[in-house]
Design a protein around this ligand. Structure first.
Ligand SMILES: *Cc1c(COP(=O)(O)O)cnc(C)c1O
Length: 341
């Protein structure tokens, strides 16, 4: 740029107001995409979001060679739209693809696709508390139904965007505790794959019907893992306890962010084995809180745990510490407060 060029930065835009549409049901107009042909990834390009052709014999449709990520880009006070901790999400996507024996994209390629999708959908990125939810996805695209025992050599990688509002549930959640069925198979715990969601569905449907539950907390053998789509934290004053990470369930970026933030705030943070008996004891304290963590809802309070068919209220119903932690994290995500991860 010559010294006399006009500034290329546009005046900060505030972005549209968040809408009340159901989470993930409205899509931004454009997505970035790259294809792997077995040897190299194609140059990333931005295309219109539209139905795309796929042979009915595509590997991903038959043998589960698909995985995804979910992260948010937030509109900062200066108008920029900035993804939250994309490097951690990219590392997890690469881990998921590796576990599925899919082509593992370079971190730089995924970062480029994320940036291109954000730039292409900048105009629809809502102002806080809304955000642009990003969905990097990789699918195995070999056309063969004879490859049940071999991976897809070719793949497509794309990043969808959805303008979303504040996804905090309108009331504290009711969570049913499942002590037999695990969250997923041990070898898929740390893979963000659609199969994990499908696997949890029958258990969730029963809990909804039987217990009026919103979600299921998987605790096979009485040992807490996570819910169908989020990690769990127990809070009491400035004390936070969460199940220690194992490969049996997903390592949430929100979980990691909350722990770092709580430690930074001087809270006592414990990562350890947590049993259903521990939780029942915990929630009997009047100041106890329980919260679920995930990118979509950030942190959502749990009001009731259903254990062996009995609904148990969490503490005295206060969510003050959960709300404080959520507000502190959202401030960082939206560029209102600095934080060095
Ligand atoms: C995505 C996901 C989470 C939450 O992870 P974040 O990185 O915090 O969004 C938790 N559990 C499962 C099963 C998930 O798929």
């Amino acid at each position: 740029m010559s010294p006399t060029s006009p500034p290329t930065t546009a005046a900060p835009t505030t972005g549209p107001a968040p809408t009340g549409a159901a989470f993930g049901s409205v899509f931004g107009p454009s997505m970035a995409v790259s294809r792997f042909d077995g040897a190299t990834w194609s140059a990333p390009e931005v295309v219109d979001v539209a139905s795309f052709g796929m042979h009915p014999g595509t590997h991903a449709l038959h043998y589960g060679s698909s995985c995804f990520e979910g992260l948010k880009a937030h509109r900062f006070p200066d108008g920029r739209v900035v993804p939250f901790r994309p490097d951690v999400h990219i590392a997890r996507l690469r881990q998921s693809t590796a576990r599925l024996c899919l082509p593992v994209p370079d971190a730089a390629l995924v970062a480029r696709l994320i940036d291109m999708t954000v730039a292409a959908n900048e105009a629809v990125a809502p102002q806080p508390p809304g955000s642009l939810y990003l969905r990097p996805t990789e699918l195995g695209t070999d056309v063969t139904i004879g490859a049940a025992a071999s991976p897809s050599v070719t793949a497509v990688l794309f990043v969808l965007a959805c303008p979303v509002g504040d996804y905090l549930p309108p009331r504290p959640l009711t969570i049913s505790v499942e002590t037999v069925t695990p969250r997923t198979t041990p070898q898929f715990g740390i893979v963000k794959a659609g199969a994990n969601y499908a696997m949890a569905l029958p258990t969730i449907m029963v809990a909804k019907e039987r217990d009026g539950a919103d979600q299921v907390l998987f605790a096979p053998g009485g040992h807490l893992q996570e819910t169908g789509a989020s990690n769990i934290v127990l809070i009491d004053g400035e004390h936070l306890v969460t199940p220690a990470l194992t490969e049996a369930y997903l390592h949430g970026v929100t979980r990691d962010s909350l722990l770092r933030l709580a430690r930074h705030l001087g809270w006592t943070v414990e990562e350890r084995g947590v049993t259903v008996a521990d939780v029942v004891e915990w929630i009997a304290r009047p100041t106890a809180e329980v919260a679920l963590s995930g990118t979509a809802a950030v942190v959502a309070p749990v009001g009731t745990l259903v254990v062996d068919g009995t609904p148990l209220a969490v503490g005295g119903g206060t969510v003050v510490q959960t709300a404080a932690l959520r507000a502190a994290l959202v401030d960082i995500q939206t560029g209102c407060a600095p934080f060095d991860w």
